[in-house]
Design a protein around this ligand. Structure first.
Ligand code: ADP
Ligand code: MG
Length: 260
C-alpha cells in the first residue's frame, strides 16, 4: 500500500528552487533512505512531508489525504520528525524533552498513560538510566536517541529522520540504525531517513532515493541505485562497489578528474 504519495513537488526558498518536480511513492512499513550531496534537497523534502515547509507546487498525500488538509494535531499524531540536531534546549531533563513529544495527546495535564509511554520508549532505546539527566549535558549519541524517543512517543505512523548518524562514532551509528530498524519493523512504521553514509543506506534501507540538485536522480533498491555510474554522476567521485554478506558497499577511490 502506498503510504506517502509525493507528486510534482516544487519548493523554493526566496524563489531559489530547492526541490524540482519530485515524485516518489513510499510504501507502508518500508525504510527509505534519501541520499545525495549537501544541498541536494534532502532536509527540505523531509520538512515538506512534516508540513514544516509548504511547497509552492505539487502535493503530498499521506494515507490518501492531502497533508494540507491535516490538522496540526493530526500531523503530529501521524508523522514523527527527528531533526538533524538540536543546538541547545532550555534546561530540561531527558524525561521532559521526551514528554514534549506527547503534546499531541496531552490534555491540560499529562496522564499516567503519557508517563508510561515515555518510560516504555526510554526503555526500548535503553536510555532509562539517563531519564533525569540534563539533555544539554549528554553526548551526541545520547542526544540523538533522546530525539528519536521524543518522536516515538508521538506513536507516529511515519518516522522522518534527518541524518540521525551524523557526528556519531561507528558503534553509535550502528546502534541508532539498529534501533530504528527494530522499532520500524516492530510497529509497522514507515521510515524516511536522510543519510550521507551510502553504506548505512545500503545496509538498512529497503529502497534508496538519490537526489541531485533538488531532483530525484535515481530511485529503487540499493542494488538498482548504488551503481558506480550513478554515484559518479551525482557525487563526482570514482568508487568501487563490492558485495559482502549480501549487501553492497561503496569504496571511494578518487575524485573524478574530468570534473573541474
Ligand atoms: P540537504 O539536506 O540535501 O543538504 P537542503 O534541503 O538543506 O539540502 O537544501 C537544499 C537547498 O536549499 C540548498 O541549496 C540550500 O542552500 C537551500 N536552503 C536550505 N535551507 C534554506 C533556508 N532556510 N533558506 C534559504 N535556502 C535554504
Ligand atoms: Mg540536510
Amino acid at each position: 500500500m502506498v503510504k506517502i504519495r509525493i507528486r510534482g513537488l516544487e519548493f523554493s526558498y526566496n524563489s531559489i528552487p530547492a526541490l524540482k518536480d519530485v515524485t516518489i511513492d513510499i510504501h507502508e512499513s518500508e525504510i527509505v533512505a534519501i541520499v545525495g550531496p549537501n544541498g541536494s534537497g534532502k532536509s527540505t523534502l523531509l520538512k515538506c512531508i512534516d508540513r514544516i515547509l509548504k511547497p509552492q507546487k505539487g502535493g503530498i498525500l499521506i494515507n490518501g489525504k492531502d497533508v494540507k488538509d491535516f490538522s496540526q494535531i493530526e500531523i503530529a499524531r501521524t508523522v514523527g520528525y527527528v531533526p538533524q540536531s538540536v543546538k541547545q534546549f532550555f534546561p530540561a531533563t531527558v524525561f521532559e524533552v521526551v514528554l514534549m513529544g506527547r503534546r499531541p495527546y496531552l490534555g491540560w495535564r499529562c496522564s499516567k498513560r503519557d508517563i508510561e509511554k515515555v518510560f516504555e520508549v526510554l526503555k526500548i532505546l535503553n536510555i532509562e538510566n539517563i531519564a533525569m539527566r540534563d539533555f544539554n549535558e549528554l553526548s551526541g549519541g545520547q542526544q540523538q536517541k533522546v530525539l528519536i524517543a521524543r518522536a516515538l512517543v508521538q506513536e507516529p505512523e511515519i518516522l522522518l529522520l534527518d541524518e540521525p548518524t551524523a557526528n556519531l562514532d561507528i558503534k553509535h551509528q550502528l546502534e541508532v540504525m539498529e534501533i530504528v530498524k527494530r522499532i520500524v519493523r516492530m510497529n509497522g512504521i514507515t521510515a524516511i531517513i536522510a543519510i550521507h553514509d551510502l553504506n548505512l543506506a545500503s545496509k538498512y534501507a529497503d529502497r534508496i532515493v538519490m537526489m541531485k540538485d533538488g531532483k530525484v536522480f535515481a530511485i529503487g533498491t540499493p542494488e538498482e541505485v548504488l551503481t558506480s555510474a550513478n554515484i559518479e554522476s551525482v557525487y563526482d567521485v570514482k568508487v568501487k562497489i563490492i558485495r559482502f554478506n549480501g549487501k553492497l558497499y561503496v569504496i571511494p577511490l578518487t575524485l573524478n578528474q574530468s570534473s573541474d
